[in-house]
Design a protein around this ligand. Structure first.
Ligand SMILES: *[C@@H]1O[C@H](CO)[C@@H](O)[C@H](O)[C@H]1NC(C)=O
Ligand SMILES: *[C@@H]1O[C@H](CO)[C@@H](O)[C@H](O)[C@H]1NC(C)=O
Ligand SMILES: *[C@@H]1O[C@H](CO)[C@@H](O)[C@H](O)[C@H]1NC(C)=O
Ligand SMILES: *[C@@H]1O[C@H](CO)[C@@H](O)[C@H](O)[C@H]1NC(C)=O
Ligand SMILES: *[C@@H]1O[C@H](CO)[C@@H](O)[C@H](O)[C@H]1NC(C)=O
Length: 245
């Protein structure tokens, strides 16, 4: 029995040992489970972080897209602004041209606008050739009269005789304008008095060379007609220039 007891004790001790060993085995099993949990947690955290990152990226990306589209809209607005600016400039230009065709804003200071041209009435007196040259230095030429309206405009603006851009210096009796156009005989304003006095008269009393330059009016004062006069005489003069566009 002792042996049995012994045995049983042995068995018990064996059982204890096996229990202990099984317990220690259970402990060994529990340790990997904990690690798994930790791993799982780490994984979860990682997943959460990754999702968070993805969300953040998504938000950033959508912000980026939003900004991009806003930028594109900004460039659209810039383009529209540019287009409007150009349009505005064009409108102003048109308005200015309209102003210029109706008003006197186009002519230089001291020049008078009439019928799309500018006129300068001199305050100094010069002989005809110097008058002609002076008009050129002012950017114009001695006036060329093309119609009744222009003649009326000029005579209404002068009270004494003025040189105009007409002469027969080269060939006596062949009157030409300073632009080399011959005088059109249907558009001339030579004086024709009822007593038979007519201009040009090539008067040679003062000078044998005769009168080769045309003036508006004569020294006596009437200014609504043309006379021929001695080119060396000093008179005021009228210059003409195109109105600037
Ligand atoms: C950009 O402009 C378009 C129309 O041109 C509009 O429909 C859109 O909402 C605008 N986007 C932003 C972000 O302003
Ligand atoms: C047109 O002329 C008027 C007067 O001559 C002036 O007040 C106005 O500013 C001018 N407009 C432009 C666009 O030049
Ligand atoms: C002269 O003027 C008239 C009337 O304006 C015109 O019919 C004619 O063609 C002109 N003659 C010349 C040579 O320019
Ligand atoms: C004008 O007078 C000059 C000088 O006397 C003379 O040579 C010329 O023939 C005259 N011309 C006319 C058209 O009478
Ligand atoms: C006009 O005056 C200038 C300078 O005083 C002179 O050189 C020129 O010969 C004159 N011309 C005439 C046609 O008298």
């Amino acid at each position: 029995m002792d042996a049995i007891y012994e045995n049983s004790a042995y068995i018990r001790s064996r059982a204890d040992a096996s229990r202990r060993s099984s317990q220690s085995k259970g402990q060994a099993k529990a340790a990997p489970c904990k690690r798994t949990k930790v791993l799982l947690i780490v994984l979860c955290v990682s997943v959460v972080l990754v999702f968070g990152g993805l969300c953040l990226l998504g938000v950033l990306y959508s912000n980026f897209l939003h900004e991009m589209s806003q930028d594109m809209n900004n460039t659209n607005y810039e383009m529209e602004l540019e287009a409007l600016k150009t349009q505005n400039k064009e409108t102003l230009r048109k308005l200015n041209r309209l102003n210029e065709s109706t008003g006197c804003a186009v002519c230089a200071v001291n020049w008078i606008h009439f019928g799309g041209k500018c006129y300068y009435f001199s305050t100094v007196k010069m002989n005809w050739t110097r008058s002609r040259d002076h008009c050129v230095t002012l950017g114009g030429h001695l006036v060329i009269i093309n119609n009744n309206a222009e003649q009326d405009f000029l005579t209404s603006n002068v009270k004494i005789t003025h040189w105009i851009g007409l002469n027969d210096i080269d060939i006596e009796g062949r009157w030409v304008w300073v632009n080399n156009q011959p005088l059109n005989d249907s558009i001339e304003f030579w004086i024709k008095r009822e007593n038979g006095v007519r201009e040009p008269d090539n008067w040679t009393k003062d000078h044998p060379a005769g009168e080769d330059c045309a003036s508006l009016g004569h020294p006596a004062g009437e200014t609504d007609f043309w006379t021929d006069a001695f080119c060396f005489k000093e008179k005021r003069f009228v210059c003409e220039a195109p109105a600037s566009v």
